[in-house]
Design a protein around this ligand. Structure first.
Ligand code: BES
Ligand code: ZN
Ligand code: ZN
Length: 514
């Protein structure tokens, strides 16, 4: 999809379809929804006035209404896209609205689309809080780019529904906001391309995307955007003493991959400047190992590398957005398989940090690879750590599929992370990992064990295990098990890999550069 930004009157733009956003401005006293367009263009408002007056369009989020040959407009069609209640409008609805427009177009064989950049001042302050110009433009382009993708690459009767061109049409009236709109547009393209890259990795089946192939894809991406990338395998794991990571990999005939990507800010970083570590769980398939999983639903465990995918995607965006802080990403990739060489319950292994771990369940493998990944990131000089992992089913039970579980040993890091969420539009919910929970992982015969004494609070137990390996380093752990894969499609996005956490991680690292 070719995307461009134009400053002109949207009514005068010739395209097969022009999308415009509508919000419901009804207040408590109104019984029916009152749709209003987010544009100051008289021509567009006039073209839509009659149909909006009928009450058949409610402006609910994801709702669409199309008018053919709209009077007074150069576009062949006018698509009105609902964003929901004006009172609660945020830039996330704009992201979803843009996605809805793209996904409206695709199955109809249309190839070109224009979206009128919403003008919040089209509505009075009493109806709508004003929205940041940059964030709004950025969200719009992100939503459109994310919506373009369908995960049908392995279907032989795949239909070509590609959108050829998207034009964002911003009013030419207000010259002062042009630079911000342009910056939002550029950022949106970068971040969405990175998130789509993550999604394409997570979508791959386990037989295609082995740890070795993940390493190759990461290396190719790094070469493209100018990042340093090293990919190691079992020899290096053994040399570094990564006994936990190696144990997970040893039951598979596919070798592991330890992927290290490095971003250096222009001019280098000062000696005492922070170095951020992004650590990802990259299990390309999780059978559970000897503690094998039930067959039902096991096929989904190809997405057990979504944490790794998020970090690789985030690094792509980072290379292009160029924050003023050094960032190192450590991805630990392996396949968790049961065979004659596989690690077993009862085994005691030694992690790179020197801690001994009693294996209770080989299906709790993510925390093992991350234990070595987090420790290794510290040895590489990281002063702040974040990890992302499809770590526990328990997190899905606790938070469902809308909020990522967030754990941390540092309130300031959490605050900085949360400051980016208005921009990213992603949802995280903090859960505790205070030391009272440490009893759960006490082992009879080793320093710790890899599961809890009982099954209560399983997501917290996993976080407590990781905490053993970060020490005093400020650290955030994201359990993305519930949010990395959408089983159902939405009007604005196809089902399949979500690319969750890429946008928020990118925003977090940018807080260091400010
Ligand atoms: N990859 C799974 C977690 C998972 C579950 C991700 C559901 C996505 C959806 C992880 O390796 C795992 O199997 N965890 C176990 C831990 C248990 C053995 C303590 C789990 O959650 O059941
Ligand atoms: Zn597992
Ligand atoms: Zn797993």
């Amino acid at each position: 999809m070719d995307s461009r930004l134009l400053f002109q009157d949207a009514a005068g733009f010739a395209t097969s379809l022009l999308a415009v956003f509508a919000v419901d401005i009804a207040t408590g006293k109104d019984t029916e929804p009152l749709p209003a367009l987010m544009t100051t263009s008289d021509a567009i408002n006039d073209a839509a006035a009659k149909i909006l007056g009928t009450g058949e369009f409610k402006a609910a989020l994801g709702e669409t209404l199309v008018l053919h040959s709209p009077a007074g407009l150069k576009a062949e069609r006018l698509l009105i896209v609902g964003l929901g209640k004006a009172k609660t409008l945020s830039i996330d609805e704009i992201r979803k609205g843009a996605g809805t427009a793209v996904r409206f177009l695709k199955p109809r064989g249309l190839r070109d689309l224009a979206i009128a950049l919403p003008q919040d001042h089209a509505l009075s302050d009493e109806h709508l809080e004003s929205l940041p110009c940059l964030g709004m433009t950025r969200a719009l382009i992100e939503g459109a780019a994310l919506a373009e993708i369908d995960y049908d690459t392995y279907k032989s009767d795949r239909k070509d529904t590609a959108v050829h061109s998207l034009t964002v049409v911003a009013s030419d009236a207000d010259k002062s906001s042009r630079a911000e709109i342009q910056a939002g547009f550029d950022e949106g393209l970068t971040v969405a391309a990175a998130q789509n890259f993550t999604r394409s990795l997570v979508n791959e089946p386990g037989n295609v995307l082995t740890p070795t192939v993940l390493g190759q894809r990461a290396a190719a991406m790094c070469a493209e955007v100018g990042l340093k990338c090293e990919v190691y395998s079992m020899d290096k794991l053994l040399e570094l003493g990564m006994g936990a990571f190696a144990a997970v990999s040893q039951g598979s005939s596919e070798p592991p991959a330890l992927i290290v990507m490095t971003y250096e800010p222009a001019g280098g970083s000062a000696p005492n400047a922070p170095v951020i570590g992004l650590v990802g769980k990259g299990i390309t398939f999780d059978t559970g190992g000897i503690s094998i999983k039930p067959a039902d639903g096991m096929e989904k465990m190809k997405y057990d590398m979504a944490g790794a995918g998020a970090m690789i995607g985030a690094m792509r965006a980072i290379a292009q957005l160029k924050p003023a802080v050094k960032i190192v990403s450590v991805v630990c990739s392996a396949e968790n398989m049961p065979d004659g060489k596989a690690f077993k319950p009862g085994d005691v292994i030694t992690a790179m940090s020197g801690k001994t771990i009693e294996i209770i369940n080989t299906d709790a493998e993510g925390r093992l690879v991350l234990a070595d990944g987090l420790h290794y990131a510290k040895t590489l000089g990281c002063t702040h750590l974040i990890d992302a992992a499809t770590l526990t089913g328990a997190c899905v039970v606790a938070l469902g599929i809308l909020n990522v579980g967030l754990f941390s040993n540092d309130d300031a890091s959490v605050e900085a992370f949360q400051s980016g969420l208005a921009t990213s539009g992603e949802k995280f919910w903090r859960l505790p990992c205070t030391d009272e929970y440490r009893d759960q992982i006490k082992s009879q015969i080793a320093d710790i064990m890899n599961t809890g004494k009982n099954r209560w609070g399983g997501a917290i137990t996993a976080a407590m295990f990781l905490k053993e390996f970060v020490g005093d380093t400020p650290w955030i752990h994201l359990d993305i098990a519930g949010c990395a894969w959408n089983d159902e499609s939405k009007p604005w996005i196809a089902n399949g890999p979500s690319g969750i956490a890429v946008r928020s991680i990118v925003e977090w690292v940018r807080t260091f550069g400010k």
